[in-house]
Design a protein around this ligand. Structure first.
Ligand SMILES: O=P(O)(O)OC[C@@]1(O)O[C@H](CO)[C@@H](O)[C@@H]1O
Length: 391
């Protein structure tokens, strides 16, 4: 079936002028992150100098290329933004390239002793070991007392709100920035999500993961629930092929979560055991496609990934960045139909996201005005959330 291409009649979000959300990420979050990475790991002098050079460049210089001898540099060679100011290029591209440059600076891909050392692992590990996670896991023991419909909703919402566990976001917002959740979702298409899964024979669900630890754990619990209730015969969990956006989940992070589950007690350990078995039986498949770290929207996805999503009964996109990539990171009026901007997607797709950037689509007329009147930073503070489905 030929699908329409994504509309392009609105400009992409560029980093832009001081005062914009995107600019604050580049001016505040990225320099703070370089500092945190340096403090967390004792890098040798050459790596320290590379981090200094990156900091100088992002705060003053034009965008430089990856060195020619950097493994994988070819994938970035033909991008059109080198030599331009960081402020003048698409936000999506600038952030993604920043993370790739940070990995180059710490020698993540280069042959030698630092190859494969995740600079964000100290933060991710600390979060996964936290007492908050113990509480979340022991809460699973209370699920048995719920009706099946309540259990569906609880597990879906727990995966959705898990998206607040975003270490990059906390770097600029601080704990104080994580205001109280606003429980009424700005869009709630969850009935449509369950209907898509109930229609026809159960098939594959692609779950495009976002953050590790406290977000990935409820995502895994949801995956187990879909398998255990026969909503899916297979869950394909899309992870990042390398460390990205601070807390985005890699294969190592997914294995750490499985370990955390199985070492817990009660229901959490049961879930962990089932999921470990599901991996060995190919019912839970871990994928780490290179496009998952690409600086482009999903309408530019390569054919093999398109085929994966096309053959799924449903693709669930977790989180804010996946949302931006799904809808195209453009200045859409908030009432632009979600189905219209995702019509290019090769199969049914759902977005589960807390709002942490300016881009949003699919709001009912009047909702924007209502939210503007009641919650000043509802678009970016992570206090509001949505479930959107296009089938
Ligand atoms: O994808 P996630 O983890 O939900 O959020 C990613 C994020 O923290 O990074 C971007 C800015 O750096 C924003 O889109 C968003 O705030």
């Amino acid at each position: 079936m030929t699908r329409p291409s994504q509309p392009t009649d609105r400009a992409p979000v560029v980093v832009g002028t001081p005062g914009s959300f995107a600019r604050s990420v580049l001016d505040e979050r990225h320099p703070a992150l370089i500092e945190r990475v340096r403090r967390a790991t004792p890098y040798p002098p050459d790596r320290q100098r590379a981090l200094d050079a990156l900091l100088d460049e992002i705060t003053g210089g034009p965008i430089g290329r990856l060195d020619d001898d950097e493994p994988g540099a070819g994938a970035w060679r033909d991008e059109p933004y080198y030599g331009q100011r960081w402020a003048d290029v698409p936000f999506l591209w600038a952030e993604s390239f920043f993370y790739r440059r940070l990995l180059a600076a710490v020698g993540y891909f280069a042959p030698g002793p630092w190859r494969g050392i995740d600079p964000f692992a100290p933060f991710k590990n600390a979060e996964l070991a936290g007492a908050g996670v113990d509480d979340e896991l022991s809460a699973l023991d209370r699920l048995a007392a719920l009706t099946p419909a309540e259990r569906d909703r609880t597990l879906l919402l727990s995966s959705l709100w898990g998206n607040r566990a975003d270490l990059g976001f906390r770097l600029s917002a601080g704990e104080a920035g994580l205001g109280d959740r606003v429980p009424g979702l700005v869009v709630d298409d969850s009935p449509a999500l369950w209907s898509v899964l109930a229609a026809g024979e159960p098939g594959t669900v692609c779950l495009v993961a976002d953050n590790a630890g406290p977000e990935l754990l409820p995502d895994l619990v949801l995956a187990d629930h879909l398998l255990a209730t026969g909503r899916a015969v297979r869950v394909v969990l899309h992870l990042k092929p390398y460390p990205y956006y601070v807390s985005d989940a890699t294969t190592a992070d997914a294995l750490a979560c499985l370990d955390r589950l199985t070492r817990a007690s009660g229901q959490a350990a049961e879930v962990g055991g089932r999921l470990r078995r599901a991996v060995t039986e190919d019912r839970l498949v871990l994928r780490a496609h290179p496009f998952s770290c690409a600086p482009h929207p999903y309408d530019r996805m390569p054919a093999d990934l398109r085929e994966d999503f096309a053959s799924a009964a449903l693709t669930v996109m977790k989180g804010d960045l996946n949302y931006r990539r799904l809808v195209g990171d453009r200045h859409w009026p908030a009432t632009t139909p979600f189905a219209e901007v995702t019509a290019y997607f090769p199969g049914p797709v759902a977005a589960l996201r807390t709002l942490k950037c300016d881009v949003v689509t699919g709001l009912a007329p009047g909702t924007t005005a209502e939210l503007d009147a009641t919650a000043r930073s509802w678009r970016t503070s992570g206090t509001h959330a949505l479930v959107q489905v296009s089938a």
